[in-house]
Design a protein around this ligand. Structure first.
Ligand SMILES: [Zn+2]
Length: 388
């Protein structure tokens, strides 16, 4: 007999469709603008002007000049993308997905820009000093150093990077903690911490994630989720995150990055040498460590990233399906998972049925429609094994 479940509408409302369409246009425009900036800097030769000013400002001192170049580049890029960022902020408020005040948002923007400047400076200084020291083998050394940086970032993310924008507190809910411990025991694993993520100060969307590496590994649950979801539903979400942990998805993600960066650095080296030899951009000096070629490096990295995006998203969706399955297998019933998904879709204005090609290209998670359908199929196949 078919089960009858009362649940919200499954088709996407015009409002949801419109919101997601605008979001897509926004991120597409942002990408196009960033891309255009790199091309314009190279084609017009302005990157050479930026380099010359940097040397002037730095009194010909190489490392300071690299920093000035990165600083100017980062200011220009931020100025160009800020209209889109502002539009995005307005959009979230318009759709009641955010209650963040303008001042708080501006402060976040400043912090975000500063953080990206610091990270970019570190990466660029490292790359060019390696190029100067070992012009032949620079790309292998840079790759090895970047892996170290990845691991460090993954470890620091929950304790240093994310607290720049959000407050986190150890979860103060004995029932939930106990449920998680039980889930973990059954899985033969232990999660060191569950943290409440104070998302409600800025957003009305709900979210949860597994973050960190080694001693900083933890599950974070948004307070927006803790408030509005039943304990059974939260347990389903916890079980999903635990599934990511058990299946070692963070490690697998890092290993994927290791392989991609190896190829990426190799490709950058080949393209850089080819373009410099052909003198396509006369403003670039033939020396590899001329940091005016940074837009070219960034361009190769951007194009590679865009080309790999569908594959990386497919991998991510595969991981999500694994984590979902883990949740169904390790919780008493599948219904709380389904209602949690429905609530998430409503609360975050997520499309339940996005166009196939959109999901294929851009989505890191399977659509809610597919996740619910998969859960129902699984439940109908495993009904006998379900505890009463
Ligand atoms: Zn997940």
């Amino acid at each position: 007999m078919a089960t009858t479940t009362t649940r919200p509408q499954t088709a996407d409302s015009p409002q949801v469709k419109r919101y997601n369409r605008i979001q897509r246009w926004l991120s597409l425009s942002d990408t196009v603008i960033g891309f255009a900036l790199l091309v314009v800097l190279l084609v017009t030769g302005w990157t050479g002007k930026l380099r010359d000013w940097s040397y002037l400002g730095a009194h010909q001192y190489y490392f300071a000049a690299v920093f000035l170049y990165v600083l100017m580049f980062s200011i220009i890029a931020k100025l160009l993308s800020s209209p889109f960022d502002a539009f995005g902020f307005r959009l979230e408020r318009q759709y009641h997905l955010s209650n963040q005040k303008l001042r708080s948002w501006l402060w976040d923007e400043c912090k975000g820009w500063l953080l990206s400047l610091v990270l970019m400076t570190i990466m660029v200084e490292i790359v060019y000093s390696i190029i100067r020291m070992a012009p032949q083998r620079w790309w292998i050394i840079a790759w090895a150093v970047f892996i170290g940086l990845f691991l460090l970032m993954a470890q620091l993310a929950p304790v240093v990077l994310m607290p720049i924008f959000y407050k986190f507190e150890p979860l103060d809910n004995d029932t939930l903690r106990e449920r998680l411990t039980k889930l973990g025991e059954r899985a033969g694993t232990r999660i060191r911490g569950v943290y409440e993520w104070k998302l409600s100060e800025k957003s009305n969307k709900a979210n949860a994630a597994l973050t960190g590496l080694g001693s900083t590994r933890r599950i974070i649950l948004a307070d927006t989720l803790l408030e509005k979801y039943s304990d059974d539903e939260i347990e389903a979400v916890l079980a999903h995150e635990l599934g990511h942990h058990v299946h070692k998805h963070i490690l697998k993600g890092i290993l994927t990055q290791v392989a991609i960066t190896f190829f990426g650095f190799w490709l950058i080296n080949v393209v850089l040498r080819f373009v410099l030899a052909k003198e396509w951009f006369p403003v670039l000096q033939t020396r590899l460590y001329d940091f005016a070629n940074l837009p070219l490096i960034a361009l190769v990295a951007t194009i590679l990233g865009l080309l790999l995006m569908p594959a990386l998203n497919a991998l991510s969706r595969f991981h999500e399906r694994q984590a979902d399955r883990y949740a169904w297998e390790n919780t008493p019933a599948v219904e709380p998972f389904i209602t949690a998904m429905q609530k998430l879709a409503d609360q975050n204005l997520a499309e339940r049925e996005p166009a196939k090609w959109i999901e294929f290209l851009f989505h890191s998670h399977p659509s809610i429609g597919k996740r619910v359908k998969a859960a129902e199929d699984w439940a109908s196949q495993h009904r006998v094994e379900q505890p009463v």
